[in-house]
Ligand binder design. Sequence first.
Ligand SMILES: [Zn+2]
Length: 343
Amino acid sequence: MSKLRRRVVTAAEAALAQHKYVSTVDVLVGLGWLTSAHVERWRQGRAPSLAKLAPVDGARLRDVADLLGEWARESGLTPSDTSYLSGSRDRAPLIFVGDGDEAVFRTHWLSPDLSPARREQMVQRQNKAPDLTVVAAAGAWTCAECADTGPYQIMSDTGPLCLTCADLDHLEFLPAGDAALSRRAKKESALSAIVVRFNARRKRHERVGILVEEQALARAEEQCLADEDARLRRRERDTARRAAQDVEFQARMAAEIQRLFPHCPPERATEIADHAAVRGSGRVGRSAAAKVLAAEAVTLAVIASIRHLDTDYDRLLMAGTPRKEARAAIRPTLDRVLESWRG
Ligand SMILES: [Zn+2]
C-alpha cells in the first residue's frame, strides 16, 4: 500500500503543478492505468464505466481515490464535488466503478494557492455540461432505435443512435478550420454537437467540425462578413486620420522652417517638410525630435536637403568619396546656403 501511495502522491503532485487541481482520473492517467484516449471514450459515453477500461478492478480504483483524498487533506487542498456528465445524447452521469458511492471519484482537489475568484471560475468550468459528441461513423453500424444506419452516430443509454433518432438531423455540418465562424455558429445555435472521427493511426478521436442549426450558421456567417466590412472601414478611417496628421504635420514643419530660415524659398520649405514627413521613411524629419518640431531637428532636415540639392554631396558619394570626407568637402557651400536662408 505504501508503494502505491508514493506513486499516487507523485502523480497527484504532477497534476496539481500542471493545472492547480487534481482529480482521481488525473492520477489514474498518471499511474498509467488509463490513457487520455480511454478517458475521452468514457466521457463521450462510449464505455459502461471507467473501471471497464482499466487493467485493475474497481476496488483498486477506489484505493487510489482514497489515497488521493488522504494526501490532499494533509496538503490543505480544497475538495470540490464535480459533476461528471457524458457527452451522450442523454448526458447521462458518468460511471466510474458502478458499485457503491461514486462521490469519492468525483472530488476534485483544488490548490490552496488559488484566489477565491479563480477557484470559483475553475469550479464553474469543471461543472459545465460537456458538449454533445457525435462520431463520424468509420464502418458499418446500426442505430439502436431504428436499426437504420447513417454517417453520424451519437451514444445514448440504449446504444448508438442515428441523428434522426437523436433529434439532431436538422443540424448542419460545419467543418473545422474557421475558428471565428465555428465559435459564433456554436454560440448562435441553441443545439450543437462536436463531431469527432476516430484516427486509427493515432488511436484516438479527433475533432473534425461541429453540427449547428442552419440559421445559426447563416447568422454567424453574416457576423463574420460584417466584421470584415467593419475591419475595412476601420482601416480606411485610420488611413485618413494618418494622412490628415501628416498634412497637418507637414504644414507645421514648413511654417517652422520659414520661421528659422526666413529667406528659404517657400516652395523649398514645403518640399523639405513633405520629404521629411513621408511616413515610415526613417529620414531625419520623421524622427521623434522633428515630430515635436524641435529647432535642431528642423535644421537637420534643412541641412539634409541642402546637401542633396545645393552641393556636390551626392555626386561625391557616387564617386566613392568617403562620407566624412564628402561632408567636409561640401561644408563651406552648406554653411553659405544656411546663412543666406537665415538672413
Ligand atoms: Zn435511428
